[in-house]
Design a binder for this molecule. Structure first.
Ligand code: GAR
Length: 198
């Protein structure tokens, strides 16, 4: 069975959408763990509800960088997952994780990358910038994670219209709804490609 691990920091609606698709059989996979840098977040609550082990690993739990990186690598080594899925994970990954999981880390970003990506563009800040620029359309992107933030190979995108009276919050909700469809489908396709190439 294809094994995934998820990393999330916030509400966890993308994480929940993925585990619901695993639950109903649309996505043939097992979710082995959730790593979060934010113990009280919605994603952690969802994981507990579904009986998925939660690991809280952050600058608070591990102030020493080497210990922090070891804690992340220990979880990866323990479960040896096929894919690491970033679902609203708001912290850059250390290079040791990126090289351990080379071409096996996916991220979802709430814009049409390469627009509105990189440093400072995360969560609601992306939508604030899109609304301020009076864009006519926005969307979401699933891409591979590389050492440069939001620059890895794009796997899929969905476009979403921006209305004239949109607030960043209204736009965020419209994009998020599409993210929930895009992410599990992209994971499924990527898993099938990995299986076909091995
Ligand atoms: C999502 O919109 C996701 O694309 C974004 O954070 C939100 C998390 O929502 N991710 C980033 O901005 C990553 N740079 P969720 O916690 O409800 O899934």
């Amino acid at each position: 069975m294809f094994k995934i691990g998820v990393m999330a920091s916030g509400g966890g609606s993308n994480f929940k959408a993925i585990i619901d698709r695993i639950g109903n059989g649309d996505l043939e996979a097992q979710c082995k763990f959730l790593i979060t840098n934010n113990a009280g977040c919605g994603a952690a609550a969802h994981a507990e509800e579904y009986g998925i082990p939660v690991y809280h690993i952050s600058g608070k739990t591990h102030p020493d960088t080497a210990a922090y990186e070891t804690a992340l690598m220990d979880v990866l080594n323990r479960y040896d997952v096929d894919l690491l899925v970033l679902a609203g994970y708001m912290k850059a990954l250390p290079n040791c994780v990126i090289s351990r999981m080379s071409d096996r880390i996916l991220n979802i970003h709430p814009s049409l990358l390469p627009k509105y990506g990189g440093k400072g563009f995360w969560g609601i800040h992306v939508h604030e910038a899109v609304v301020a620029a009076h864009e006519k359309e926005s969307g979401a992107t699933v891409h591979l994670v590389s050492e440069e933030i939001d620059k890895g190979r794009i796997l899929s995108q969905v476009k979403v219209p921006v209305m004239e009276d949109d607030t960043p919050e209204v736009l965020a909700a419209r994009v998020l709804e599409q993210e929930h469809e895009l992410y599990w489908k992209t994971i499924k396709e990527y898993a099938e490609n990995l299986a076909a190439n091995h």
